[in-house]
Design a protein around this ligand. Structure first.
Ligand code: FES
Length: 261
């Protein structure tokens, strides 16, 4: 068991958790962990935001049953595998501009900490319709410039990095075709070790695995349309699981209220 030593609700749909998982302390830039709350819970791939001593920190967007369970009840995790994935190539690029959406700020912060040491200028533009930027202060402590944008445009950079949404990465790529661009692909990940093939991505016409070959790829090589067409593969099951869990939460709430009356 891996204890959750701290849980901070940033907003109704964002959660920061600290987990005691000593084996993640050697994590390199842009790697992730695969966590499971209970033995039969859905495995969740989470970018490693940071590591402090023997604790790893994760940003969680509560979008489905498993992430909501983490928020509502988890005090420890059954399983934490990692660090997983090929590390991001850390070197001097010059001006590195990150474009993020949703939880994409988590890998962005992690990469920025590593890239800062290579004397890069780091800027982050977060695409948000409601103006919310998770981890704002943490991001401002490492990036030279942080802004919230409503939409993406053409960007002047030596390297573009995008994370948080396949559609976002596809758009950044389409609008900035002459600029080197590394993107984090967002794929379903079940085992994280290359056995189930559910996380396959077409890169330069070849099948690659997001879990072991990724999650970072040159964006101009990725078949984004193919990846996006498989995003909703488990949508129906995820919806049903979430509805079921919301019913459990409502019943709990009712029991609590009637006990108080
Ligand atoms: S998650 Fe199963 S092969 Fe990648």
């Amino acid at each position: 068991m891996y204890p959750i030593t701290e849980k901070q609700v940033l907003r109704e749909d964002y959660l920061l958790i600290k987990v005691r998982a000593n084996h993640l302390k050697g994590a390199k830039a842009g790697q992730y962990a695969l966590i499971q709350y209970k033995e039969l819970s859905e495995p969740l791939p989470l970018s490693i935001l940071d590591v402090e001593g023997e604790e790893a920190i994760f940003l969680v967007k509560t979008v489905g049953r498993s992430t909501l369970e983490l928020k509502e009840e988890a005090e420890s995790l059954f399983y934490v595998a990692g660090p997983l994935g090929v590390p991001f190539p850390v070197k001097h690029y010059g001006k590195v501009v990150f474009i993020t959406k949703d939880w994409g700020v988590s890998p962005a912060f992690n990469l920025a900490k590593h890239l800062k040491g290579e004397n890069n200028r780091l800027e982050l533009y977060h695409i948000s319709e409601d103006g919310f930027l998770p981890l704002k202060e943490r991001l401002e402590s490492v990036f030279d410039k942080v802004e919230i944008w409503e939409r993406i445009g053409q960007i002047d950079a030596d390297l573009l990095v995008s994370a948080g949404s396949n559609k976002l990465s596809r758009e950044v790529q389409l609008l900035n075709q002459g600029t080197q661009h590394i993107a984090m692909v967002n794929a379903h990940i079940l085992d994280g070790v290359g056995l189930c093939l559910v996380c396959r991505v077409l890169v330069d016409g070849q099948v690659k695995l997001a879990c072991t070959d990724g999650p970072w790829f040159f964006a101009n090589k990725v078949d984004w349309d193919n990846l996006i067409s498989r995003e909703d593969l488990f949508l129906e099951q995820e919806k049903l699981a979430l509805e079921e869990y919301k019913k459990i939460l409502r019943r709990k709430e009712l029991r609590k209220t009637s006990a108080e009356v």
